[in-house]
Design a protein around this ligand. Structure first.
Ligand code: SF4
Length: 519
């Protein structure tokens, strides 16, 4: 795939020019029109805005129907096309940055090794971090789960009589259901990250770990702002929208009683922590009010300050394809006359650490690169997953929280391995997705139809003679099958795909004919 994004503007989608050549012998043509894969087949943008597709429907503990929500997203072609291209653009920028660093693969290996080393001695490093943070004047709390986290923060806010809290983006607080909890106890939370604030005002979760409102068109944002802060609904100019939000939020920030941040890295040897943002909003949250609370997942620990350089070089390049985040802020202790609290949160991490096949998912630094490259994520939108974490990393984290509710997610992948290839800490994501499928079958969390179909496929694949006979019949059937058999309203598979032409000869028959021996 070309590294250039210039061809995005020419109206032919993102296909490499080579793949558009008229002479392509493998082109699939239907009704005189070439059918390309989904990137090429993305519909052109219409001038009339379409409603924004909404999140997956949640019904208690029932499995989230990601496919249903994804189908609604795909049925909104302006959103689908914009989302696909915007994220693919990030992926291409990431590739350009990667090629600019000769030791990129060594950095990835080093980052992976540091994380694995730390995770296997997590208890020691956490205690070291706690002792050093306390000696820096920070109050350290431990939270077993989301409920404890929320109660601890509530307690600290109560002790200070705080009624308003400004907060920078944190996936951990999303995981803990922090905003709804605070609303239930009468404390107003104001998100300071622009994307996250858009999502808050629209009463939606973030759809991406780095760019929370990436699924929205400008016109969607204009609608949200006109409904909530009174902007002109017809004006979707990005500068107008951003400035309007700044004017609306700034007084809330300046008058807030307390500030909250997440954390990207917590350094054991110094008891300090680092927050990376591009808007400087974490610095406002941490420095404007006198009380600063930081929520830190226990997997964020790294042993020494020198290790930070490895991750800082990888993080922004992998996330947005930029060499650095605009702000890499180090927090060492409370400001003069202020207080700083840290809440170290487990919320299922210790349990995940004990899962033989899945513990390395704790290496994740939440860069979002696996989401940007994933063909399923790019075309279905983060909200279709109905979970805090979406995309490939979500497929392997969400089931650890609730295997039944998120039992469909590990099947929302083509297992192409691109996620593992771009992961800066070398998590074997696609292998873990596959392992989750096996695990869900073991736990009887897979629908009966899928189980029966897989069993039948297993039987067929384990009998070479039967398999070859079936393939020969299938080839003949596919060649003469009327279209409606596959492309009908009852067959979800055929809604967005074309069956490729069967080859004239299978590899097996070619091998027999040309080599005269069994493979
Ligand atoms: S799994 Fe890897 S690529 Fe995906 S968000 Fe985490 S660190 Fe980034």
């Amino acid at each position: 795939m070309s590294n250039s994004v210039d061809h995005l503007a020419d109206g032919v989608g993102t296909l490499h020019p080579e793949l558009l050549a008229d002479a392509d012998p493998d082109a699939i043509v239907h009704n005189g029109k070439r059918l390309d894969h989904a990137e090429g087949a993305s519909k052109p943008l219409k001038s009339k805005p379409e409603p924004q597709p909404r999140r997956a429907k949640i019904h208690g503990n029932r499995p989230v129907d990601q496919a249903e929500a994804a189908a609604r997203f795909i049925a909104a072609p302006e959103h689908e096309k914009m989302h696909d291209e915007r994220l693919w653009d990030l992926r291409q920028k990431r590739d350009r940055e990667m090629h600019g660093i000769a030791e990129w693969e060594e950095l990835r290996s080093l980052a992976s090794a540091i994380k694995e080393h730390t995770l296997t001695r997590l208890d020691e490093y956490l205690e070291q971090f706690e002792a050093n943070a306390r000696s820096n004047g920070i109050t350290v709390h431990w939270a077993r789960d989301a409920a404890e986290h929320n109660q601890i923060v509530h307690g600290v806010l109560n002790d200070h009589g705080a009624k308003t809290l400004i907060k920078s983006k944190s996936m951990l607080t999303e995981e803990c259901g922090f905003r709804p909890y605070m609303a239930s106890v009468g404390i107003e939370v104001i998100e300071t990250d622009l994307g996250e604030r858009i999502q808050q005002l629209d009463n939606e979760d973030p759809s991406h770990v780095v760019v929370p409102a990436v699924h929205k068109l400008r016109t969607d944002v204009a609608e949200v702002f006109s409904n909530t802060i009174g902007t002109d609904p017809a004006n979707s100019d990005v500068h107008y929208l951003a400035e309007s939000q700044r004017q609306a939020t700034r007084p809330l920030i300046l008058g807030a009683d307390a500030g909250m941040t997440g954390c990207n890295f917590a350094v054991a040897e110094t008891g300090t922590f680092v927050v990376c943002t591009n808007e400087g909003n974490a610095d406002l949250s941490a420095n404007v009010p006198k009380l600063h609370i930081a929520s830190i997942g226990i997997e964020k620990i790294i042993p020494r300050l020198e290790h930070l350089a490895v991750f800082v070089r990888l993080l922004s390049r992998s996330a947005l394809g930029s060499p650095m985040t605009q702000y890499t802020s180090h927090f060492r202790g409370p400001r003069a006359g202020g207080e700083m609290h840290i809440v170290l949160v487990d919320n299922g991490r210790s349990e995940r650490l004990g899962l033989h096949e899945f513990w390395t998912s704790l290496k994740c630094i939440r860069c979002g690169a696996c989401m940007n490259t994933c063909p399923v994520y790019r075309r279905s939108g983060g909200l279709s997953y109905g979970a805090t974490y979406s995309g490939p990393i979500g497929l392997i984290i969400d089931p650890t929280f609730n295997a039944r509710k998120y039992s469909n997610l590990p099947f929302a992948s083509s297992l192409n391995g691109s996620c593992s290839n771009v992961c800066p800490v070398k998590i074997n994501i696609h292998e873990q997705i596959y392992a989750w499928r096996r695990e869900l079958v073991k736990q009887h969390e897979v629908p009966l139809v899928k189980k029966v179909a897989m069993k039948a496929a297993g039987e067929l694949l384990s009998r070479p003679a039967a398999y070859r006979a079936a393939i020969a019949t299938a080839d003949a059937a596919l060649a003469h099958l009327p279209r409606f058999v596959i492309y009908n309203g009852l067959n979800a598979w055929g809604k967005h795909r074309e069956v490729p032409h069967p080859p004239a000869q299978t590899f097996h028959s070619w091998y027999q004919a040309n080599r005269g021996e069994k493979p």
